[in-house]
Design a protein around this ligand. Sequence first.
Ligand SMILES: Cc1cc2nc3c(=O)[nH]c(=O)nc-3n(C[C@H](O)[C@H](O)[C@H](O)COP(=O)(O)OP(=O)(O)OC[C@H]3O[C@@H](n4cnc5c(N)ncnc54)[C@H](O)[C@@H]3O)c2cc1C
Length: 428
Amino acid sequence: MTVVIVGGGWSGLAAAITLSDNGIPVHLIESAKQLGGRARNVSWQDKVIDNGQHLMIGAYDHMLALMSLIDIDHSKLFKRYPIDITIVDDIFTPLRISAKGGLPWPLSLAWNVFRCAGLSAVVQLVRLQRDIPKLLANNDMSVADWLHRTKQSQRLIKQLWQPLCLATLNTPIANASAHVLAHVLNDSLGQDQAAADLLIPQQPLGTLFPQPAATFLIKNGAKISLGCRVKQLIDDNGQITGIITNDGNTYFADHVIIAAGPAHCAELLAPMLAMTKPDELPICTVYLQYRQEVRLAAPMLGLSGTHSQWIFDRSLQHPGLMAVVISGPGSHESLSKQALIDCVSAEVHQLIPSMPAQAESAFVIREKRATFASTIAYQQQRPTHKTSTKGLWLAGDFVANNYPATLEGAIRNGEQCAHAILAEQNLT
Ligand SMILES: Cc1cc2nc3c(=O)[nH]c(=O)nc-3n(C[C@H](O)[C@H](O)[C@H](O)COP(=O)(O)OP(=O)(O)OC[C@H]3O[C@@H](n4cnc5c(N)ncnc54)[C@H](O)[C@@H]3O)c2cc1C
């Protein structure tokens, strides 16, 4: 049995590793010149950085297990910090989501919220947490409606829920699926404390996983073609038997997994299957290089009431480098690069006065199609791994699961797709 995998993002790689580890020959075909897809390396000046700031947490257990499988020692790749995030606002006093303070989890979380926002904020959070089973047992609703139903204050909505929903679902609360947010909350803050830990990479994204994944695959006899776009699937009387690439090559296979992003996947499937194309939303990262000794007080801080939403200290890789993230759509999209850099630098200095007013240099990366929009409608229409066409399978972060577009969701879907093929062949 041979499997062709279209797309060398984290999901395609997870599928390839799972199959390869089970002795199945795979051929991974990626249109870009490097692996990694939406989580890859980019060069700027003399640095290798990420195509966009990513946050990983302790709950990413499939990602960590897959890294172990290919002999990556993730305890050396990530610095692990107990959650401790302060969100500074242009009006309200800072809000702290933290495991610190000596109390057992999750009392420590409640205690820190109590100290900066009072008892009523704790009561609101407990009310929302207790509402999760009821929410999940019934029809989905928007996050905004759920926040209203659980009587969250304007302050918590502005300073916590809006930024958290954008950070996790990359979708504004008015349209975001409350079910998806509830699953994210359950799996991150609703488990033991380790699930909420922040995993701060000490390597750029492409070096963290795609490069060692390629080494593992090649060692296991897999074939990887880079800079090679799949333009057509071979349909032999209703069964997919291979693919044709842009450079005119044909590769036959018993199974083809499409692990391209949702838009590319829908295009490839169009001749045989209709797939709902989700709305795709942007994420913008503004890298600010300050003097080498400049540091944040924590690995990351939230900002609310500003264009800038989160700032990450990337000094572990490049001393003095900060990454400011703006998720989702917004008026920042119409600003020129220089206007955005000026605006973000000023906001950072205003809300965190210890940061210099200006960076020594700056770089903007706008990923226009960073993630699918995690809306109620799309959550109900996400496709499954198995298609109605024999030999044709889907992987990628957009395939049905409880997660929004994340690395963990992409990896789980890659693995599950591979296991579904193995099961169909009675190989598990
Ligand atoms: C700026 C940014 C910030 C993010 N932040 C976070 C975060 O903080 N935490 C988190 O967990 N996730 C985050 N994400 C989401 C995460 O990166 C994605 O969910 C994940 O990388 C998706 O992986 P994938 O393999 O499903 O898809 P992709 O990475 O899109 O991979 C698909 C691959 O298929 C290739 N391809 C497409 N068409 C063809 C074709 N015809 N032939 C051959 N190859 C093809 C593409 O080139 C691409 O490499 C972020 C994403 C971005 C862009």
